[in-house]
Design a protein around this ligand. Structure first.
Ligand SMILES: CC(C)(COP(=O)(O)OP(=O)(O)OC[C@H]1O[C@@H](n2cnc3c(N)ncnc32)[C@H](O)[C@@H]1OP(=O)(O)O)[C@@H](O)C(=O)NCCC(=O)NCCS
Length: 329
């Protein structure tokens, strides 16, 4: 049976650190409030001139190097982002140019914080259904600082910028079972209003919400409850349909939104603390970049070992959710 493995991983975050102490000087908040309500201590923020394509390109370079291939070997680039450089072209095309590639199909995926899992599913299916493709670059990259309302204390403390990338390849090693075992994605469009960022449009916006501005708006408590509910159920569903239990999983990589959400999921699914990977203390919520950045850090910290079963769980605006089960190579 054809198997698709993660052959290389890389990530990149901008240099500039925005600490909770910095935020105390910007809005009416305290470092203590932010840490107790979210677990976030600092996040990285782009320079004005730094775009999602720059972060994505650097993460991709590192993933290609890690996979020991060059951009010439890439058959498709999929970028997950809600902060594209432009409305069009796709950020994936701009990344292709920055990587020095030519003639590679490119497109973006928008599933907000679940974007990476959606893109992973799309890329995996391309590889499984098109025998001419060998390697696909999947990138999650976000410049969330460009859509955050820096006067809204209830949202501006939550987000950060960054990018993560993986190289997916078909594996022909007959002695291995490694690969992406399954990906499950879902969405409930009835809940889109809970987390949104309108775009400027002369005809006004759906639901007449254009007057609220063009920044992130969120019903925090509702999103909080939905996140726990959906991430728990998608994780249970993907395990169940593969006849696995949480005991089979060596490492869980949840979307890095809020420590309290992650703890609640760990409690409900009875995931031991040491299996739950957390790095949001120094990243904040980087939306579509959160999971690939966390995978890269988990690998570097030795939290993911060859042959491990890894479960990633995502949730985001839409509302969208997703989970991937990966038998690590
Ligand atoms: C945003 C979030 C941290 C707020 O925590 P909460 O416990 O729900 O807090 P509330 O929104 O009920 O606000 C409690 C109080 O803190 C205040 N508050 C909000 N942000 C604050 C801040 N940064 N500093 C200080 N006080 C703040 C509120 O104004 C409110 O004050 P009030 O009681 O006087 O009205 C929480 O709802 C959350 O994490 N939601 C999910 C967010 C998320 O992860 N989104 C992305 C999903 S992909």
């Amino acid at each position: 049976m054809e198997r698709v493995i993660i052959r290389g991983v890389g990530s990149y975050v901008p240099e500039c650190i925005l600490s909770n102490a910095d935020l105390e000087g910007m809005v009416d908040t305290t470092g203590e409030w932010i840490v107790t309500r979210t677990g976030i201590e600092s996040r990285r923020i782009c320079l004005d001139t730094e775009m999602a394509s720059d972060l994505g390109c650097e993460a991709a370079r590192r993933a290609l190097e890690n996979a020991n291939i060059s951009v010439c070997d890439v058959d498709l680039i999929v970028v997950a982002t809600v902060t594209p450089d432009m409305r069009f072209p796709a950020t994936a095309c701009i990344v292709q140019e920055k990587l020095g590639g030519t003639d590679i199909p490119c497109f973006d995926v928008n599933a907000v914080c679940s974007g990476f899992i959606y893109a992973l599913d799309v890329a995996r299916n391309f590889l499984l259904n098109n025998s001419k493709m060998k390697n696909v670059l999947v990138i999650g990259t976000e410049k969330m600082s460009s859509i955050v309302d820096w006067e809204d204390r209830s949202t501006c403390v939550l987000f950060g910028d960054g990018a993560g990338a993986v190289v997916l390849s078909r594996d022909t090693d007959e002695n291995s079972d490694a690969g992406i075992l399954d990906v499950l994605i879902g969405a409930d469009g009835n809940l889109w209003r809970l987390l949104r960022c309108p775009i400027q449009s002369p005809g006004g916006n759906v639901g007449n919400i254009s007057e609220e501005g063009y920044f992130i708006k969120m019903e925090g408590r509702e999103v909080f409850k939905e996140a726990i509910k959906r991430m728990c159920s998608v994780a249970e569903d993907v395990l169940q349909r593969n006849n696995l239990t949480i005991d089979d999983v060596a490492c869980v990589i949840p979307h890095q939104a809020n420590m309290r959400i992650i703890s609640a999921i760990a409690d409900r699914l009875k995931i031991p603390k040491e299996k739950m990977f957390v790095n949001l203390q120094h990243t904040g919520n980087t939306s579509a970049a959160s999971i690939p950045i966390a995978i890269d850090e988990a690998l570097q910290n030795g939290k993911i070992q060859p042959d491990d079963l890894v479960l990633t769980i995502a949730f985001g605006g839409g509302m969208t959710w997703g989970a991937a089960l990966i038998h690590w190579k």
